[in-house]
Design a protein around this ligand. Structure first.
Ligand SMILES: [Mn+2]
Length: 351
């Protein structure tokens, strides 16, 4: 189905939305922030009304919002950059009391389309690998049929950079430099700012979102109260990037297996940074934050091995994992590290 058809479906979804309580849930990372804000701005420009509730979430927080949103009579729920179709049947509790719009670019786990739910994945609209069609750009393309969102392209670019989609959207970036008087360096620094808050002070992420919503342009964000977090993120990340020389390397299968014990949740930042240099190697980063579970990040930018399938299989029966072909995540109980590693080696053919 084409982009135009989904643009029409979105238009139908927006009809009468100004009379209904509306919530926007978005992922807590740069692409989640970008797609959340583009949704906010589109609602405001198209319907004249801001969402009544907006929140950055991780997957384990989504279902717990259901009772409150139902009780407070929310009738429209919009979820962006969240592969909620990987969460099982419970996610359908939303459509018992509200119309649901899901816009996402992760792998399709289950088609949630129904009378009440409009379900849009990047792969329904484009042949581009969905990991490189970030939710920020997808929201921008879907909503732009109803209003001009050009003044917010710089925010879309942060989402694209966060998901490492720059190569795919170079022309869009060129346009953005002109239209929003910005440049690549500035946009990269903003993306780093978002990564920093996500990592150092995740509980304040919604405050950062408000700063972005209120900013008239990219330049204003340089005054963000969160700039101090960038330094903290970089110090911690640099420490672990140096420690990469201690990662285990399996030459035959081109695997780096790297265990980190950082102060903050820096695994995505570290694995993204490493994967720019080691783009044709498999990188598995295991992060130990001293909790009951270890968190996982897998990267491989040449698409030769599917990281989502690698983590799905390697955590099967012991934890959870999934995501994109070049970038996936997951978690396992700490006592399952050994079987997890064995699984990775077996799947990749070392054993
Ligand atoms: Mn994304």
């Amino acid at each position: 189905m084409s982009l135009e058809k989904y643009q029409k479906k979105v238009k139908n979804f927006f009809e009468n939305i100004q009379k209904q309580k509306t919530a926007v849930l978005h992922h807590r990372d740069p692409d989640g922030l970008g797609s959340g804000i583009i949704t906010f701005k589109a609602l405001e420009k198209i319907t004249g009304k801001k969402p009544d509730f907006m929140q950055a979430v991780e997957y384990d927080e989504i279902l717990s919002l259901i009772p409150e949103l139902e009780k407070k009579n929310f009738k429209k729920i919009i979820m962006v950059d969240l592969s909620v179709d990987s969460m099982g049947e419970k996610i359908k509790q939303f459509e018992k009391f509200a119309d649901v719009l899901i816009i996402d670019h992760h792998k399709v786990y289950q088609n949630l389309e129904s009378d009440k739910t409009l379900f849009i994945k990047a792969s329904f609209i484009s042949d581009i690998d969905p990991s490189k069609y970030p939710a920020s750009k997808l929201c921008f393309d879907l909503f732009s049929a109803q209003t001009s969102l050009e003044e917010f392209q710089w925010i879309v670019c942060c989402g694209i950079l966060g998901d490492m989609g720059f190569e795919q959207w170079k022309d869009f970036f060129e346009q953005t430099y002109e239209k929003n008087s910005t440049n690549l360096k500035e946009l990269e620094q903003l993306t780093e700012l978002i990564n920093a808050v996500e990592t150092v002070e995740p509980e304040k992420f919604d405050e950062l979102v408000i700063e972005f919503v209120n900013a008239k342009n990219s330049d204003e964000m340089k005054q963000s109260v969160f700039q101090k977090d960038v330094k903290k993120l970089k110090e911690e990340a640099d420490k672990w990037l140096k420690d990469f020389e201690n990662a285990e390397f399996y030459e035959k299968i081109g695997l780096y297996f790297f265990i980190i014990k950082p102060k903050y949740d820096i695994k995505s930042f570290v694995s993204n940074t490493l994967s720019q240099k080691y783009y044709d190697k498999t990188l598995v980063v295991v992060q130990d934050l001293g909790k009951t579970h270890l968190t996982l990040s897998a990267r491989r930018q040449d698409f030769k091995i599917k990281m989502n399938e690698l983590l799905e299989k390697a955590t099967d029966g012991i934890g959870s994992g999934g995501g994109h072909v070049p970038a996936a995540g997951g978690r396992i109980p700490r006592e399952k590290l050994k079987p997890f590693k064995e699984n990775v080696l077996t799947i990749l053919g070392e054993k």
